[in-house]
Design a protein around this ligand. Structure first.
Ligand code: GLP
Length: 240
């Protein structure tokens, strides 16, 4: 695991952006794994800015998002589909047909999970996966206790996760109780992982990750077993 210290949120976003762009330039058909939440917003802004300056094109880029809520229509302002459109996709030249998210409205969710896995496989797997860190160590929506050999699956969200995400919804009651998420093994198959950590409220989780103990009780700890992980953490998250 490689650790990079960023001055602040802006610096973390730029550092991550440069790594993503470097990977994109090195490949003719780049495949990015994308995350939602507050953490990667600055990264998306940076990627948009570089596009607007003519430094990059996403025409041949394929993207796979980590997760999506169950029973939240795609057009709902809090769906991750909507988030991705608003924060990234609609500002760049990425093609709709190349942007994948699990469909939380699918009639048969189990089938949808399998379909998502095969879409990732058909694309040759994710090259660079961007991750945020949940306060309880979750990655994607893989909550503590999720087996390390899990593939894309439906999860029941922990109360703490629903509460943490309630800030995006009008009220806690409206936060969905389930989601579809790439599994831990699915995430671990990406060639390179970028974990972004910012802010005071991630300090405890980051400290726990740094301890180096690998346990299913703290999902992000699995990243110690991956050969190519970069953690970009800002000074606040590092407690400096
Ligand atoms: N499912 C998302 C994750 O993909 C995200 O990385 C994490 C941290 O979110 P934030 O960046 O808003 O702190 O929790 C959410 O629940």
């Amino acid at each position: 695991m490689e650790w990079m210290e960023a001055e602040d949120y802006q610096d973390m976003s730029e550092k991550a952006g440069e790594i993503v762009l470097e990977e994109m330039r090195a490949r003719s058909l780049p495949t990015l794994g994308l995350a939602t939440g507050s953490t990667p917003e600055g990264l998306y802004q940076y990627l948009i800015m570089q596009y607007q300056r003519g430094k990059v094109s996403y025409r041949k880029t394929r993207t796979f998002n980590l997760d999506e809520y169950v029973d939240l229509p795609w057009e709902h302002p809090n769906s991750y589909y909507h988030y991705m459109k608003e924060k990234f996709f609609s500002h760049v030249d990425v093609q709709d047909k190349n942007t994948y998210l699990p469909d939380g409205m699918a009639e048969n969710l189990e089938k949808e999970c399998m379909k998502y896995e095969s879409e990732i496989a058909a694309a040759g797997g994710v090259v660079t996966q961007v991750l945020g860190l949940g306060g309880n160590g979750h990655i994607g929506f893989n909550e503590p206790g999720t087996p390390f050999d899990s593939r894309t699956h439906v999860v029941d969200l922990k109360e703490s996760t629903r509460r943490a995400n309630a800030r995006f919804f009008p009220s806690l009651e409206e936060v969905p109780k389930q989601a579809i998420t790439m599994g831990i093994e699915t995430i671990m198959e990406s060639k390179r992982i970028l974990l972004l950590v910012s802010g005071r409220n991630k300090r405890e989780a980051l400290a726990r990750l740094m301890e180096g103990e690998v346990s299913e009780e703290f999902p992000a700890s699995v990243l110690w077993r991956h050969p190519n992980v970069q953690v970009i953490a800002d000074r606040e998250a590092l407690g400096k």
